[in-house]
Design a protein around this ligand. Sequence first.
Ligand code: MN
Length: 282
Amino acid sequence: MASLSLAFGQASHVGLRRADNQDALGIFPGAESAAAGERLFVVADGMGGHLGGREASRLAVETLESTFFAGPDADPVTRLTRAFEAANLRIHACARHEPTLFGMGTTCTALALLEERALIAHIGDSRAYRITRDGIRQLTDDHTRVGDLVRRQLITEEEAARHPNRNILNRAMGVQAEVEVDVIETEPLQPDEAFVLCTDGLASVSPGEIRDIVLSHPPQQACDRLVELANERGGHDNVTVVVIRAADTASDGQPPGSGLRRGWGGLFLLLLLLALAAFLVA
Ligand code: MN
């Protein structure tokens, strides 16, 4: 991992049919840099009324950040699990004490990148994918009734993506005082591999299309393009995407030499202005 740097992008959009965006995302720490220290990436898709959905996803992201980084001594799997449990409890408590937030909940999918490890924690139907040169793999199970049917091989992934009940969750964060968290360990990224976190607003874009777009664009452009595509296909839901891509430090997602060209462009402009000034004085 040490020779790799991470580049990432993020996008969240209300879509074309909803009045407000109840999705939330977080990247901690926020600035791009060579792989050093721990990073946490989160997407959440809130539900439960106009105020509740927004508040639940926001609380999930906020509580994960404050809890995950608070206990650096504990094993990361334990810290991530505790962070999810803390977020669950906090959302649940707020919903009980504030009538306008009653019944709120959220999906939540997080990726923690550590020195030599990559962990995913997950509740609900937001997804984490891993993209390699060979393909794309969904790392998370959808905690939906339709997801159960897929796992029992009663319907296909394609049928599930169009199923009328595909949005019915059988697990969500904040709805009950206790919740089961899936924690998955996966391999750290190799050069040119990527993780994608997304909410179900991206369901109209197939995994194959996600892979093609992520491999052919820098992360931020990939996020923007994916959101655009979801909106071209109806924009039925809020859509949120985070792309995390590993690059050799030599080619950090920027075309080589682009910084240098910008530098020369500035110098050229300065010389032009000086020449103009000299001409005017003369
Ligand atoms: Mn959604």
